[in-house]
Design a binder for this molecule. Structure first.
Ligand code: GTB
Length: 217
């Protein structure tokens, strides 16, 4: 059955792979599933056709026959459950990998999104200069612990899993801030994720679309 995902017609990041369709593309590549992409404009994202498959009018979505999903956590978990390669067989190890998915999305990512909000959405507010160091320190408080957990290991809990896929994806959003480079083992962890052939294929696919867009500007 054909798998179709949605992605930005033109990603605001110009092809850096930071929009969330990248996580789904990466998971699809890891499990070896071909997919099609329906590109969608910001205007159409809020139109009735897209709202019928994504209640919040966002990307990405996932369609496979009668199955329609939104939320990247749910989509990559579905892929990991359906195909070998992203979740361990042992049930305890499997739940630990799923726990790392939640840790990435619920414990680490919100602190990073605060930085995006403070810089981009509230960058012109009078309180921004005072707020930014607090927001950055909240990220560091989480990364101190994550870094201590990872130590010298390659991945968070044994072999690469969907938990690592989401954690690397989340941490990548920090690179521009310089905070990631304060943690040598986390920077190396992210680089290991980016070096995976599946990541490279997924990145190239989204870059091809956004690079094409840039030539039309
Ligand atoms: N919790 C949802 C999920 O995980 O699927 C969040 C989905 C989401 O935030 N989607 C964003 C979206 O559709 C795109 S990824 N936004 C449009 C809207 O809400 O109207 C967020 C994103 C956007 C741009 C960059 N960038 O340019 O660097 C990075 C990430």
């Amino acid at each position: 059955m054909t798998i179709t995902i949605t992605a930005f017609e033109r990603s605001p990041d110009g092809g850096k792979g930071l929009a969330r369709d990248m996580r789904v593309r990466w998971a699809l590549e890891e499990v070896g599933q071909p997919y099609e992409v329906r590109l969608i404009s910001f205007a159409n994202m809020k139109g009735p056709d897209h709202l019928a498959i994504h209640p919040f009018g966002q990307i990405p979505t996932y369609e496979e026959g009668s199955l329609v999903l939104f939320e990247t956590g749910s989509i990559v978990l579905y892929l990991a459950e359906q195909h070998a390669g992203l979740l361990p067989r042992d049930s305890n190890a499997r739940m630990r990998a799923i726990t790392w998915m939640f840790a990435a999305l619920n414990t680490i990512e919100p602190t990073i999104l605060e930085l995006t909000t403070a810089k981009i959405l509230e960058g012109d507010k009078p309180w921004t200069e005072e707020r930014l160091p607090l927001v950055k320190d909240r990220i560091r408080a989480r990364l101190d612990k994550l870094s201590a957990h990872l130590g010298v290991s390659d991945w968070l809990d044994g072999a690469f899993s969907v938990g690592d896929l989401l954690m690397v994806s989340v941490l990548l959003r920090l690179r521009m801030s310089g905070i990631l480079d304060e943690y040598q083992n986390l920077a190396a962890y992210v680089a290991r994720g980016e070096a995976r052939p599946a990541y490279i294929r997924a990145f190239a696919a989204q870059f091809a679309i956004n690079a094409q867009d840039r030539t039309q500007v």
